[in-house]
Design a protein around this ligand. Sequence first.
Ligand SMILES: CCCCCCCC(=O)SCCNC(=O)CCNC(=O)[C@H](O)C(C)(C)COP(=O)(O)OP(=O)(O)OC[C@H]1O[C@@H](n2cnc3c(N)ncnc32)[C@H](O)[C@@H]1OP(=O)(O)O
Length: 205
Amino acid sequence: MFTLEDIDGVEIDRRAALYGPLADAVRELIDATIRTETDADVIRDVEATVRAATTRLRDRQIDGAYGVRFTPDGTGMPWGNAVVGLRNPIAPPLDIERDEDGRHHSRFTLGAAYEGPPGHVHGGVCALVLDHLLGMTASPGDKPNFTGTLTLRYRRATPLGPLHAEARIDRVEGVKTFVVGTLSDAEGVTVEAEGVFITPAWARD
Ligand SMILES: CCCCCCCC(=O)SCCNC(=O)CCNC(=O)[C@H](O)C(C)(C)COP(=O)(O)OP(=O)(O)OC[C@H]1O[C@@H](n2cnc3c(N)ncnc32)[C@H](O)[C@@H]1OP(=O)(O)O
């Protein structure tokens, strides 16, 4: 669902300033929900407050998921995305930078909400982050390339906390773009990734 939104940069900024802080607040709520040891009556009271807040937000809402929206000048708003979504509290979210040579990289922090092994990042979350980063790297122009195959080698457990991920295109063969990347902590690489990203038939020349 790629949809065009006829709005300008001022309106994008207004919406980002409105919805971004809400998602940040819910991220903090998720972390606090996992880690709280406060009294039972406080927890029940907070539960009622959260349910009431949810009811207020549902007063008016879109049908289904947010989709990926674009403005007429090509600015993307993947705000519901599970990795970078500005409106998605599940997303860490990653802020991904692109170098002139096409490499993509991101520094981010994964906390308690992303735990798998004790104190460490869930393997599926490592895959989530790397899939998105490699996918963005594979799609530098206006053509999307979707994950065909993603192969991961978990060299050692990834600790929760500050992390770094990077990716680059290895080669392009027709509709297939081969991308490699890594996830690292301060000590070095924890996960290596290789992906084959494919231009779907509907987007081919
Ligand atoms: C903008 C950035 C966003 C980042 C998003 C992050 C990435 C994502 O999470 S995308 C979501 C996850 N991926 C998907 O849902 C993809 C689902 N699959 C599909 O849409 C299709 O099967 C797709 C596009 C992968 C392949 O399309 P399809 O029409 O089947 O390809 P087809 O024409 O048969 O094959 C083309 C070539 O790709 C190869 N190929 C097909 N599928 C795969 C695969 N899964 N793995 C590896 N190679 C494959 C074929 O062998 C063929 O190779 P060759 O040209 O050498 O013969």
